[in-house]
Structures are given as structure tokens and as C-alpha cells.
Design a protein around this ligand. Structure first.
Ligand SMILES: [Cu+2]
Length: 349
């Protein structure tokens, strides 16, 4: 009896673990609520393997329970049970059943693996008569400690921290890294894949979102102090909204900022432009800030408001330890001017 009581103490622990698992249901970032074709394919595999495991578990436990009861030690019966050595039927069964189960698991897994491969599908698309270079759009994703850069090479648009995608379309993704290995993951839209440094190790994958909305992406490979803060947003929009966004990104110029924020723009030009691009000017050491005013987040982690922008510019190392933006010594007035300017960085009409 005592033993059962002790085991009973584990119930709250399992309860908490279960609650933790239920908490995975956020549709912005859950592989268990797929919103895209790649994620759906992976989810189906998870369900299949889980179903097989449950069937095996149930059958084994039923047999186990039956044997425990049926062949239990009875009072007064101290005879040695019949000793069985080798049983052809059983041995064939317990070899054949696992083989069949593994095949049921392996065939869809291998097919899905090939489906998720980029080169396979693009080749197919061309065969099916699409014009040679009118395949899916390509987006180049570059992982940086600790932010994400998104380049649309055909459209000549570069952005950061927010990935825009047209809904119900397949896009090819080319992954690389500016420093260490990161892993690009949007759990609700597709599986994850590493970004490697160096030109020769570009990984490829595709995304095919099926629902409009905002989703969350993350880095899935430990890459340094602020790895756990390397979040980004994914905005899946209708095709015409996507085209309009591309157009407005292209038409944005550095000089578009309204004159009320001229002071902030001047401080920005002197201190920040060498690393951050705005419209047609600026460097690429840090995230491009074209259209930054419309973003949901500051640095991928803090709500987008003036307070947080000031907090970031005043002490980026505090919010994301080890990131590559230097600390500055601005006074309150300069910080205000800079934040006002950054809040005006909208894309052109
Ligand atoms: Cu990373």
C-alpha cells in the first residue's frame, strides 16, 4: 500500500508536464497546428508514427495484463510451469509485425522527405510546362547573430526581422549565415533547416503558407548569448497586398522622412546609417530599417513602441546580450529625436 501512495505523489508532476504540453497550442508558432503545406506533411507523419506507437502500446499492455492475471502464482500451487522453447508461429509473428510497421512508417517518410526537397519539385514544375524561369519566387534568408535578413533578389528588396510571403504560393528559400550556424524555423509553416556560413553550403527549402496572418519564426540552433531572443515575424498576405508591399519598399527613399523629424534623421545619418539601410541609402551590418515604423516588434523581441525603441537605442546590449550593435551615449533629447524619426520610417505610398 505504501508504495502506491508514494507513486501517487508523482501525479501532480505528470499533471504539470501535461499542462506544459497543452501550452504548445499557439497557432502562431505551433507545429501541431500546421498552417502551411510543409508543416502539414510533417504533422501527418507525426500523427502516423504516434498512431503506430499507440496501437503497439495498447496491444502489448493488453497481452501483458492478460498474462499477469492468467499465469499468476496461485496459493498451494508450487509446481514449475510447462517450459516452452521456440514457437515458430510466435517467432514469425514478432519478426513480421515490426517489419510491416516499420515499412508503414518508412514509405510515407521517404516520400515526404523527397517532397520537401526543393530541386525535385522545381524540376517537376518546369517539366509540367511552366516557363523555364517562371518557377517559384526565391527569397534569400541570412541568419546573423541575432537577427534575420530577408532578400527578394528578383524584386531587389532587402528587409529584416519580418518576412512577407504571398498566401497559397510556393516560395523557394535559400539559406545562409553571416557568422555561425543558425537554424531557420517557422514551426507552423514548415520544418527547420540550418543556415551555414560560406557560399558553398547554401541550404534550400520551400515554404507554402495556406493561411493569411502573422506567424512567429525562431532560430533553432544554439548560436550564442542571445540565441533564445532570435525571433522574427512572418506576415502572410494576399498576392496583391504582397505586390503593393514590394512596390512601396522599392519606392522608399532615405529623404522621404517628414521635416518634423529632421533632427532625428540627422543624428541617424551620423551614427547609424553606416550599419542600417533606409530606402536607397545605408549599410548592411544591421537590419534594414526601411518600413521599420510598420513592424510589430523592436529587434524581434519587444513590443513596437517609442519607449522600447528608446530603450533599445540607449542600451541594445541589455536587451540582447552580445549582439553587434554598439552602445551609444545619447542624452534624453537625442534619444527622443531618434525614436521619433524611427517611428516615421514608413514605406512610400
Ligand atoms: Cu541563431
Amino acid at each position: 500500500m505504501k508504495r502506491w501512495l508514494r507513486l501517487g505523489r508523482l501525479v501532480p508532476l505528470f499533471g504539470i508536464m501535461m499542462l506544459g504540453l497543452i501550452g504548445c497550442g499557439n497557432e502562431q508558432i505551433s507545429a501541431l497546428q500546421p498552417q502551411g503545406k510543409g508543416a502539414s506533411a510533417l504533422f501527418d507523419l507525426m500523427v502516423l508514427s504516434l498512431a503506430i506507437m499507440v496501437v503497439v502500446l495498447v496491444v502489448v499492455f493488453i497481452l501483458f495484463g492478460y498474462v499477469l492475471v492468467k499465469f499468476r502464482h496461485r496459493k498451494g500451487d508450487d509446481s514449475i510451469p510447462e517450459q516452452v522453447e521456440g514457437n515458430h508461429l510466435l517467432e514469425v509473428l514478432w519478426t513480421a509485425i515490426p517489419i510491416v510497421l516499420l515499412l508503414v512508417l518508412a514509405v510515407p517518410t521517404v516520400i515526404t522527405t523527397f517532397d520537401l526537397d526543393v530541386s525535385e519539385k522545381s524540376a517537376q514544375a518546369t517539366e509540367e510546362g511552366e516557363e523555364a524561369n517562371e518557377g517559384p519566387m526565391t527569397i534569400k534568408v541570412t541568419g546573423h547573430q541575432y537577427w534575420w535578413e530577408f532578400e527578394y533578389p528578383d524584386q531587389e528588396v532587402v528587409t529584416a526581422q519580418e518576412l512577407y510571403l504571398p498566401v497559397d504560393e510556393r516560395v523557394n528559400i535559400e539559406l545562409s549565415s553571416a557568422d555561425v550556424i543558425h537554424s531557420f524555423w517557422i514551426p507552423s509553416i514548415a520544418g527547420k533547416m540550418d543556415t551555414n556560413p560560406g557560399d558553398k553550403l547554401t541550404n534550400k527549402m520551400w515554404l507554402h503558407p495556406e493561411k493569411t496572418g502573422t506567424f512567429q519564426g525562431a532560430c533553432a540552433e544554439l548560436c550564442g548569448d542571445s540565441h533564445a531572443l532570435m525571433y522574427f515575424k512572418v506576415k502572410v498576405v494576399e498576392r496583391d497586398e504582397f505586390d503593393a508591399w514590394i512596390e512601396s519598399m522599392k519606392n522608399t527613399k532615405f529623404d522621404d522622412a517628414p521635416s518634423e523629424v529632421a533632427q532625428g534623421q540627422q543624428i541617424f545619418e551620423q551614427n547609424c546609417l553606416q550599419c542600417h539601410a533606409v530606402g536607397d541609402q545605408g549599410g548592411n551590418v544591421g537590419p534594414a530599417l526601411t518600413g521599420f515604423a510598420d513592424n510589430d516588434m523592436v529587434a524581434g523581441i519587444a513590443e513596437h513602441n517609442k519607449e522600447n525603441i528608446k530603450k533599445w537605442v540607449n542600451n541594445p546590449q541589455e536587451m540582447k546580450p552580445g549582439n553587434n550593435m554598439p552602445d551609444f551615449n545619447f542624452n534624453e533629447e537625442q534619444l527622443d529625436a531618434l525614436a521619433d524619426y524611427l517611428m516615421e520610417l514608413e514605406t512610400a505610398e
